[in-house]
Write a protein that binds this ligand. Sequence first.
Ligand code: FAD
Length: 281
Amino acid sequence: MQSQKTPSQLFSFEFYPPKSEEGAASLQIVHDKLAKLNPDFFSVTFGAGGSTRDKTFDAVIAIQAKGISAAPHLSCVASTKENIRAILKSYQDHGISKIVALRGDLPSGMMSAGEFRYANELVEFIRKETGDYFQIHVAAYPEMHPQAANSREDFKNFKRKVDAGANAAITQYFYNAEAYFYFVDACEKNGIDIPIIPGIMPITQYSQLFRFSEMCGADIPRWMRKRLECFGDDRQAIQAFGLDVVTELCQRLLDNGAPGLHFYTMNQAAPTLAIWENLKL
Ligand code: FAD
């Protein structure tokens, strides 16, 4: 296995905003461990419908104050232009210049879609309001977004976000490297030349990963499911298998030209650190 981090590669780590004081204290520790890897940025998720708006803001400001860039996620579903304008302004006022622009999903029970229907409209709005100030990342789905009519339409919709001014894309997590390579090929054929950064989900347990993957449309290949099922409650075995599989996936992606990696850390340092160490980055 070669050592391979190059200056042009982009590495980032995603957190969700802590819900309690203990969560915030533990995230500080996780942040400090991962900060030693010198990532390009940390990103912080945003609850659709603005449910974590203040918590996302607080987490982003705290991270940025410690010296490494922080990128807030911003979802537009159930939001008004006025809301989004105010959020953008507060980020600008605090020197935050990276943003992950999303549609988000309506929380159950919430009916109104608000003034934005899709993420391309949010990207357009950010560009209209703030010019080139923000470096905008958008979501990409190599295995297709679960609500898309079909994969061709989904790809066209992805291109709308790029045409609206996205600078880079982060993918939904996947365990089939081919889906990513095929997606990147399609981008090249369609004149899309922004970095498409693979989203990496470390595997630490099975039932939650399975549920989550069903919801977000990420495929866990059959052979992996069968192995994971066999491990039952043996957490150590699941983690060892997950570490092997995800390390190999990352290695393959980087060896074949992926422009970096974005880790869904789930606010834990150890699984990401173990993969990083295996990759000798
Ligand atoms: P869009 O790009 O708008 O796509 C949504 C669906 O609509 C797709 O099926 C697409 O094909 C279709 N579509 C898009 N544009 C059009 C159009 N113009 N006309 C017709 N159909 C269209 N969720 C959160 O709530 N908070 C987060 O912080 C968060 N972070 C994420 C980070 C990453 C990297 C990823 C990959 C996902 C994240 N999500 C987050 C989940 C995301 O919000 C959901 O997947 C959501 O369902 C779609 O958001 P999107 O920005 O991809 O939407």
